[in-house]
Design a protein around this ligand. Structure first.
Ligand code: SIN
Length: 308
């Protein structure tokens, strides 16, 4: 089945892509994504200068999920800007994920990376792992100010990667903020921040940074991801494309994201576990599910979740 989708006028040959952060830091990793069945190449969230990130161990899978506190290890925006032209030769969209340690960084990076013409820019307002830096997406005033500044310097389609919200009041508070920016898509959700995974044998936290606190991913966060996709799909009346992330382990998980309103899905924990071969498997599984249920494409079932 043809799993291609179009978001903000950009055609993706498949609705599956990597989540920013998973196997997308180095040139080699990005090229591997280019050669894979992924429908896009999403870069690691880039900062002004290159970063080695937080001390290890900083990524640990566990049954049902993963915890990470990577601390934005990346090559720095100049290296990604230089790579974008080459990555576009793979014939799929290149999505530049932009982060920053302070507000001005986002603007500087977005302006420079925009000049390299990625197909889309995803602004990451939701990294939970930089000690002393709260997730910007939980602060509506800062989010709006920052995104308006970034929007002014970005000419390619621009979206925002948000943290999970846990109360409808927070979805309702963020939607008008996001609506005032002129965004082209939303990416929902980043990891569920500041969980703690404990090894009772060693009596230690399983990761080292931040006393063991880190972002949760994988199956355990799928219901939170689906709720966020659904909430924003409804608040924007299906008019703002959403890339769903969280708990995509099987094609059926992806189908659930589509039903809730996602146009495409990103894969993090599963990509870390399986490598890029997961994209072929997920595509086959989703194709089979869509066919069995009589849908002709991912867009055909988008947002069709029925409420009881
Ligand atoms: C990290 O590098 O710590 C993860 C990035 C993110 O969650 O945005």
């Amino acid at each position: 089945m043809d799993l291609s989708v179009t978001i903000a006028g950009v055609r993706f040959p498949s609705c599956f892509m990597n989540a920013a952060g998973a196997r997308c830091v180095t040139r080699e990793e990005l090229e591997t994504l280019g050669r894979s069945g992924a429908g896009a190449i999403v870069t690691k969230s880039m900062t002004l200068e290159s970063r080695t990130g937080n001390p290890e161990p900083r990524y640990v899978p566990f049954p049902g999920g993963s915890i990470n506190s990577m601390g934005l290890p990346n090559l720095g925006y100049r290296a990604y800007a230089a790579l974008i032209h080459e990555l576009k030769q793979f014939g799929k969209p290149v999505v530049a994920s932009v982060a920053g340690l302070q507000e001005d960084d986002f603007v500087t990076i977005a302006q420079a990376i925009n000049d390299s013409r990625p197909d889309l820019i995803e602004v990451n307002l939701s990294c939970p792992n930089i000690p002393g830096k709260p997730q910007i997406g939980y602060d509506p005033e800062t989010s709006e100010r920052l995104l308006k500044r970034v929007r002014r310097v970005v000419t390619v389609p621009m979206g925002v990667k948000l943290p999970p919200y846990f109360d409808p009041a927070h979805h309702q508070m963020m939607a008008p903020v996001l609506g005032r920016i002129g965004l082209d898509f939303l990416s929902l959700i980043n990891s569920v921040g500041n969980g703690l995974v404990v090894d009772p044998e060693t009596e230690k936290a399983v990761i080292k940074p931040k006393g063991g606190f880190g972002g949760l991913g994988g199956t355990i966060i799928k219901p939170v991801a689906l709720a966020n996709v659904r909430a924003f799909w409804k608040l924007f009346e299906g008019k703002l494309p959403i890339i769903g992330t969280g708990g995509v382990v099987t094609g059926r998980d992806a189908f659930e994201h589509l039903l809730c309103g996602a146009s495409a899905v990103q894969v993090g924990t599963t990509l870390m576990a399986e490598g890029v071969g997961c994209f072929e498997r997920l595509s086959a599984e989703l194709g089979a599910t869509l066919q069995r249920k009589g849908y002709r494409s991912p867009a055909d079932c988008r947002g069709r979740l029925q409420e009881l």
